[in-house]
Design a protein. Structure first.
Length: 345
């Protein structure tokens, strides 16, 4: 498994990262342990989690995913073999069960870190990410930027000062951004530089064949500012595998179980997906492998966060790392994208 530098750090992370957000909802603790065992054996040293997981977020399951990782660390003694990333939730009225309504204040971040460390059964986090901004901006598929002055939003200076303090204490090694905009990434870098604080080393945003909006401005930020993309949803909630085409509803699949996930549905998304599936067949590979191979090999991507609810999916997703699409295949993908651009931003 190839590794890549995480930002300007000395950490070498596998180009495939193990995503975990189904553990505790669609996957049991034993299944989570099996996935981690297999991933590590395949050379994956990078795991990504969040304090709010599993998804969909619920009061009775919140934190279960981190606890599963913690119990695996305790059972296997593999903490030193894993570069561990987790996230602190930003403000959201649908997460009132997390700290009474999560904020990115110093008090909330310190509380979140201590809780995550306890659940993960570790005394440090390699990469601590701001799950989404405190300010109101476009993320989670929102379009049509509507500027609002937010007197109640936690100032970025307070958030970054807290992260710097935690780095000084050794509780986190580095920090990253998530669901962030180009302005936000550059503003964070500016504030960090002005105060002599560390910069963010990564940006975790969605990126897949149905949503290549990261390329518009953030890809350049990733290259020039050493904030590589940690790409999430490379299969667009599984849609790009083609398993939902023709109104199929596979048993126990995410979009079958949870009707809240509508980001990658719709007629235009179906049209694009059908064309990508047909192209994958022409190239002699599964649609899932083609979609993930495309993401993994983009020059601005540090690591591709894959996830699975069963071992067959996990093996296929990890095996996609062995596929390098040639220039002709990429040109054919780009031709579809030119005709049906970003149907699901």
């Amino acid at each position: 498994m190839q590794t890549r530098l995480l930002g300007n750090t000395q950490l070498q992370v596998s180009k495939i990262c193990l995503g975990t957000m189904t553990w505790g909802e669609q996957n049991t603790e034993a299944q989570a342990h099996e996935q981690m065992d297999y991933a590590l054996a395949q050379g994956i040293n990078f795991f990504d989690v969040a304090e709010m997981y599993p998804v969909p977020p619920k009061p009775d399951t919140q934190g279960s995913t981190e606890r599963y990782i913690g119990s695996w660390f305790k059972k296997t003694g593999n903490r030193s073999n894993v570069i561990l990333a987790t996230k602190v939730a930003g403000p959201a009225d649908w997460l009132l069960h997390v700290r009474g309504g999560p904020q990115l204040t110093r008090e909330h971040i310190f509380q979140a870190v201590e809780s995550s460390l306890e659940r993960l059964q570790t005394d440090y986090i390699d990469l601590y990410q701001l799950h989404w901004p405190a300010r109101k901006t476009n993320f989670f598929g929102q379009l049509g930027y509507d500027h609002q002055d937010e007197d109640d939003a936690t100032p970025l200076e307070e958030t970054l000062a807290a992260l710097n303090e935690l780095i000084q204490q050794g509780k986190i090694r580095h920090y990253g951004l998530s669901n962030e905009t180009a302005w936000g990434a550059m503003k964070v870098a500016q504030i960090a530089d002005a105060n002599g604080w560390p910069r963010p080393v990564s940006i975790q945003n969605p990126y897949n064949l149905l949503n290549r909006s990261y390329e518009v401005g953030l890809a350049e930020v990733s290259h020039r500012e050493q904030m590589g993309l940690l790409a999430y949803s490379p299969l667009a909630f599984g849609v790009l595998s083609g398993k939902y085409l023709n109104d199929q509803q596979p048993e126990n699949a995410r979009l079958t179980l949870f009707d809240r996930f509508t980001r990658y549905t719709g007629d235009v998304a179906q049209q694009a997906t059908r064309e990508y599936v047909e192209l994958a067949q022409e190239l002699g590979m599964s649609a899932a492998v083609m979609a993930q191979a495309f993401v993994t090999e983009r020059s601005f991507v540090t690591s591709n966060i894959i996830g699975a609810t069963n071992m067959d999916q996990l093996k296929e997703n990890i095996d996609s790392a062995q596929i390098i699409l040639d220039a002709e295949a990429v040109a054919k993908i780009d031709a579809i994208h030119a005709r049906i651009s970003n149907p699901c931003p």
